[in-house]
Ligand binder design. Structure first.
Ligand SMILES: Nc1ccn([C@@H]2O[C@H](COP(=O)(O)OP(=O)(O)OP(=O)(O)O)[C@@H](O)[C@H]2O)c(=O)n1
Ligand SMILES: C[C@](O)(CO)[C@H](O)COP(=O)(O)O
Length: 235
């Protein structure tokens, strides 16, 4: 672990970037690939660095990447990033590690590979959490979604009007998120996002509409799309 800057009060963000990027298939983990002239994760950090409500960022990376990420944090002037720490085997473990290094009463969790989140989306997500207890960014699904069994047979067609594709950031009270992670760990439950864990505690989670351009860079074709979005936004 490297302490890079002094901590401040208020809203903290855990940026998780400790994944291997298996679906991207590149030698370099996708969060470190360059978008224009900077690593993707740096673009993501810069959005939170610029946000007036954010006081503190904890960056979670692969153990072998902590030092080079700490160098980028200094080089790119991410002054709100107080710690760069190693993550765990699953995204959930990485968030849990991050949570142990941040003590603001409200926490946002964000994927390091979602560099196109906007200031207003972050604000809306945070404000909805403060008003309602917990909130997540999402967009309505555009396609018809089927449930399919292991042999390829359709078993159900859920009503599309009730289906949303979930994004980050996700905003929670720190106490709820910590309890949710501890409970999940005790029960051996692994979820694909943090709200799943908080829902299991019985805390209602409000969906706030995000945008289709807040993509998670996951597979090779997302890189071309990301470059196109970046050019449109002139990041
Ligand atoms: N053990 C892990 C796994 C994922 N992540 C982070 O969680 C975010 C969303 O995960 P995903 O897109 O699935 O990333 P990977 O796990 O790297 O991708 P893949 O599943 O294709 O291996 C990414 O910023 C990723 O770095 C993490 O911090 N720790
Ligand atoms: C948290 C998340 O980005 C919401 O869409 C997503 O669930 C991460 O999941 P992945 O399995 O790591 O892609």
């Amino acid at each position: 672990m490297v302490t890079v800057n002094e901590a401040g009060p208020a809203i903290g963000v855990i940026v998780v970037a400790a994944g291997r990027g298996t679906r991207m298939g590149t030698k370099e983990s996708k969060q470190y690939l360059k978008l224009q002239d900077k690593p993707i994760v740096v673009h993501t950090l810069e959005v939170f660095e610029r946000h007036p409500l954010i006081s503190e960022i904890v960056l979670v990376t692969g153990e072998q990447d902590v030092d080079r990420c700490a160098v980028w944090v200094r080089e790119y002037g991410i002054a709100k990033c107080v710690k760069v720490i190693p993550g765990g085997a699953e995204r959930q473990h990485s968030v849990h590690h991050g949570l142990l290094h941040i003590s603001t009463p409200w926490i946002l969790v964000h994927d390091g590979v979602r560099p196109f989140v906007t200031e207003s989306q972050i604000t809306s997500c945070y404000e909805a959490a403060v008003e309602h207890g917990a909130s997540i960014l999402a967009v309505p699904v555009k396609d018809t979604v089927k449930q399919v069994d292991g042999e390829g047979w359709v078993t159900a067609t859920p009503d599309r009007r009730s289906l949303w594709a979930i994004q980050t950031p996700q905003a929670f009270r720190r106490s709820d998120l910590l309890m949710a992670h501890e409970q999940a760990e005790q029960e051996g439950f692994i979820g694909t996002d943090d709200s799943m864990l908080v829902e299991r505690l019985g805390v209602p989670v409000l969906v706030v509409e995000g945008s289709y351009s807040n993509i998670k860079i996951t597979t090779p074709e997302d890189l071309d799309y990301a470059e196109w979005i970046r050019k449109k936004k002139e990041l």
